[in-house]
Design a protein around this ligand. Structure first.
Ligand SMILES: Cc1ncc(COP(=O)(O)O)c(C=O)c1O
Length: 397
């Protein structure tokens, strides 16, 4: 066996990945994948956008492009970010190959082995994997219904101040919990971070996916609320608001950090897909996004409602779950004595799947929770899938 790098040895072998192979069976009702419904992807819109391209735009689409991104797309994204209240003075923008690459780049330029990253507990699995691949140490801070808890954050910082480099969080309809940060909590966290030298990495791919068009929750980002002295890197993605197959995201932050990220990106993939960028630019500039989002918000809201109503009538006593106002996820907490891996094995035999909670635990241990994604499951099968999970749970209790 070759002697692998420490970074490769640090990559977690994944029981979850093995379990997920079972969920790929088309006869399984799966709440596992954190992805848009395939039936909701904007295939017709893409046909129209492609048909509207000039020959010159098609040539650009099939050519290499600048590492920082396709200039017209950078422009339309900068105006989108300004509309969210982000002040672009001294800030730069980098197009990335998905939000995942943005997380990877910022980690690569900030983290030396042994440096600490504060994360939410539970935390997005892809971010945990990126941090661990650079040999970061993790410190998970618990969440309540308003976001990362301020008291435990303060205590973690007091205990570990010297080794902390970065705080990572996911403010709108968090993956995996579905929790939406309150504006009050955002301000509290910013107050705590004000004097620190840490970088706040705000990963916000779900902010446009609120359910109630008449009452959108306040998704003003940390980046728009923070004082300029605190470095905030704001990450977004086209994955959940257009299609993950584009592999397109963005990173917006202090120019000196973004310049380094651009250098790091050059050696990774030279540039993100020009083809995707040309299409994404048309999507924004031709004004297709608002109408499309209106349609999918209603569909995700309906899927969430069916899931929540079925949980209400089928789940045994002593089980709790979150009530998301947007996004893709419901987070279920079981009694401590129940292992979600046992529930998974029982449920998959009956035909339903989800992701077990330890995947999202910064320590990789706690396993009495599970993530249910309602986004990818057709409305007519959600109730049946939840009934299977509930009856499998009853058999374990
Ligand atoms: C919180 C969060 N960040 C980033 C990503 C990665 O997005 P992308 O597909 O753009 O790489 C995801 C995808 O699930 C996510 O949930």
């Amino acid at each position: 066996m070759l002697d692998l790098s420490t970074s490769a040895k640090n990559m977690r072998s994944s029981e979850i990945r093995e379990l997920m192979k079972l969920a790929a069976d088309p006869s399984i009702i799966s709440f596992a994948g954190g992805m848009p419904g395939s039936d909701l992807l904007p295939t017709d819109i893409v046909d129209g956008l492609y048909a509207s391209l000039s020959t010159q735009e098609k040539q650009v689409a099939l050519q290499y492009g600048p590492t920082s991104g396709y200039p017209p797309l950078l422009e339309s994204m900068a105006s989108y970010l300004s509309s969210k209240g982000i002040d672009m003075t001294d800030q730069s923008l980098l197009v990335t190959s998905g939000g995942q690459q943005a997380i990877n780049l910022i980690t690569r330029i900030l983290i030396d082995p042994g440096d600490r990253v504060i994360t939410e507990d539970p935390c997005f699995i892809g971010a945990l994997a990126a941090f661990l691949s650079y040999q970061a140490h993790l410190a998970g801070v618990p969440m309540d219904e308003e976001g990362m808890m301020a008291g435990p954050l303060r205590e973690t910082i007091e205990k570990r101040y010297d080794s902390i480099k970065m705080v990572y969080l996911n403010p709108s309809f968090q993956n995996p919990s579905g929790i939406m940060y309150s504006q009050k909590r955002k301000k509290e966290i910013l107050g705590i971070l004000k004097k620190s030298r840490f970088c706040l990495v705000e990963d916000d791919p779900y902010c446009e996916l609120y359910f109630d068009e008449t009452d959108p929750p306040d998704t003003t980002p940390f980046k728009a609320l923070a004082e300029h002295a605190l470095p905030v890197c704001y990450i977004g993605s086209f994955a959940k608001i257009f299609g993950p197959g584009l592999r397109l995201g963005w990173l917006c932050g202090p120019s000196e950090l973004i310049e380094k990220c651009e250098l790091a990106k050059q050696s990774m993939d030279a540039c993100s897909s020009s083809f995707s960028q040309v299409i994404a630019h048309k999507f924004l500039s031709q004004g297709s996004m608002p109408g499309f989002l209106k349609t999918v918000r209603a569909r995700y809201a309906k899927r969430a409602r069916i899931m929540l109503e079925t949980l209400e009538v089928t789940m045994p006593e002593g089980i709790s779950w979150t009530h998301p106002r947007g996004g893709f996820y419901v987070w279920v907490t079981l009694p401590e004595s129940v292992n979600a891996a046992d529930l998974f094995k029982a449920a998959i035999k009956q035909g339903a799947a989800f992701v077990t909670g330890n995947a999202f635990d910064p320590e990789g241990i706690k396993n009495n929770c599970l993530r249910l994604a309602f986004s990818h499951t057709p409305e007519d099968t959600i109730a049946q899938g939840i009934k299977i999970i509930a009856s499998s749970l009853r058999s374990l209790l």
